[in-house]
Design a binder for this molecule. Structure first.
Ligand SMILES: Cc1ncc(COP(=O)(O)O)c(C=O)c1O
Ligand SMILES: N[C@@H](CCOP(=O)(O)O)C(=O)O
Length: 470
């Protein structure tokens, strides 16, 4: 499998190089040169497989020829052995024809663990094979950071720098990033919002001298391997409800558009999916874009679902590339317009193509709180605010004949204040995180300044290289 950039100006790469590259050198995002395809019979044959076996079967076409078969199988099995549920990503029914896909049984209680546990092991494998070290930079609105730190902590081929918006993540999320004792972990609180953090990370990737000097690599969903890993649970959940003989729809709480793009990828690979529903909080840029055809950034609003407090939704670029018939020049024009004016308008044909697959809706903070209460009253099930956002939208968009699978992207205990305010219940952290709020913190506060950030990272990663002698 080869991978191409959405902006057409970077070399085609194989899986290992895409994994280490993160962002393409032309500023674009890598996608597979063609989508692997699974027939109805091949999808039927997935029934009854364990989650790791399903992952091995579905992901092999993306890594074939680059990661040796037995090594890949061992990496996948080890990654999902870190999950605390036998099914890894179980489905729970919350209403007739409504199912919640629980993605929070990994080490940091967020869906990010599903991809990150695999990504860290794959990177380690490739770096060891090449005798290299890498500096990893990631931006987080709260969950990617904790998941990445858990997955990379203590790995001696990587130094990881996670940028989070100072004071804008939940206390549990912050502690998951700032209490690691591993010497290769560096948490940075940026004076800004998530979009500022993401801009800083992309800026470092686009500064090629810096990028090459520190061997920069990325763990955000701009890295194709993140999306790839997230494809698996769309298949596992749909197959358990009867796919390919019974189509399903998905509602996905959406911020950076990585998770729902993985759903789109699953559909392109042959999974029968009726509707893909984007659920947003008050930061509703994607819902507005689908309604008007114009993608227009506004200021970020702080909400009770902070991980979705995002305006610049990076992976939407991957969808635009597909909707424009893989015409990279059009993508470059749209991205230039976004940079210059903070907006772009999607042409009629591509917009129709997007609307043919996707719906979108939003949930205000009040509606999200009301949904937490009503689902608790109706089925005794306690939602986190991100999942509640999605349930609210799913219930507006569902049709009676198609099962609606709603992605539950975080455990309620990550957001105890919002859950308690809505429901009166304070969800407890699981035993292995029981002392999280007592652990001591270690992080650096920096302004949203590219030069200061690069200096900070260069200094620390040089020291680590000297210590390791590489
Ligand atoms: C809990 C939670 N839900 C939903 C999202 C949105 O996912 P995506 O950015 O892939 O759209 C995030 C962050 O990305 C998250 O942390
Ligand atoms: N909500 C995310 C934002 C970053 O998204 P990513 O999927 O691109 O890593 C977070 O929790 O950090």
């Amino acid at each position: 499998m080869r991978y191409v950039s959405t902006r057409g100006g970077a070399p085609e790469l194989g899986f290992r190089d895409v994994l280490l590259a993160g962002l393409a050198r032309d500023g674009g995002l890598y996608v597979p040169a063609e989508w692997p395809s699974f027939s109805a019979d091949e999808i039927r044959a997935l029934r009854g497989l364990t989650y790791p076996d399903l992952a091995i079967r579905l992901l092999t076409p993306f890594v074939a020829g680059e990661i040796e078969e037995a090594a890949f199988a061992a990496i996948v099995r080890e990654a999902y052995a870190t999950f605390r549920h036998d099914a890894v990503c179980p489905l729970v029914q919350t209403a007739p024809n409504e199912f919640v896909l629980e993605l929070f049984h990994g080490p940091t209680l967020a869906f990010k663990d599903v991809a990150m546990q695999l990504l860290a092991r794959l990177m380690d494998h490739v770096l060891a094979e090449r005798g290299q070290r890498a500096t990893i930079a990631g931006a987080t609105s709260g969950d990617t950071g904790g998941a990445a730190i858990d997955a990379f902590a203590g790995r001696d081929r990587t130094d990881i720098f996670i940028l989070f918006p100072h004071g804008k993540v939940s206390p549990v999320q912050q502690r998951q990033m700032t209490t690691s004792t591993a010497t290769n972990v560096h948490a940075i609180a940026v004076e800004g919002n998530f979009d500022d953090c993401q801009d800083l990370v992309k800026g470092m990737f686009n500064h090629h001298a810096f990028r090459d000097g520190v061997h920069l690599s990325g763990v955000n969903s701009i890295n194709w391997a993140r999306i790839m890993a997230q494809i698996v649970y769309y298949f596992s959940s749909a197959v358990s409800l009867g796919a390919p003989d019974r189509p399903v729809s998905f509602t996905v709480p959406t911020g950076n558009f990585g998770d729902i793009f993985a759903a789109y990828a699953a559909k392109r690979m042959g999974l029968p999916v009726e509707r893909l529903v984007i659920a947003t909080n008050d930061n509703d840029i994607l819902a507005r874009t689908l309604a008007t055809g114009t993608y227009e950034t506004r200021g970020v609003v702080e909400t009770t679902s902070p991980s979705m407090d995002i305006q610049v939704s990076s992976n939407f670029e991957r969808l635009l590339f597909e909707a424009y018939g893989r015409d990279a020049e059009s993508v470059v024009r749209l991205m230039q317009s976004l940079r210059q004016s903070g907006s772009f308008t999607i042409a009629h044909g591509p917009l129709q193509a997007i609307r043919a697959e996707f719906d979108a809706g939003r949930s205000s903070m009040e509606e999200t709180a009301a949904t937490i209460r009503s689902v608790l009253a109706g089925s005794g099930y306690l939602l986190d605010p991100h999942t509640a956002t999605a349930i609210k939208v799913a219930r507006e968009k569902a049709d009676a004949s198609t099962p609606m699978i709603v992605l539950s992207t975080a455990h309620p205990a990550k957001f105890p204040a919002a859950v308690e305010a809505a429901s009166g219940i304070t969800p407890a952290l699981p035993a292995w995180l029981g002392d999280l709020m007592e652990r001591s913190e270690n992080y650096t506060v920096l302004p949203s300044d590219p030069k200061m950030l690069e200096d900070h990272i260069s200094r620390r990663s040089r020291a680590a290289r000297e210590r390791s002698g590489s």
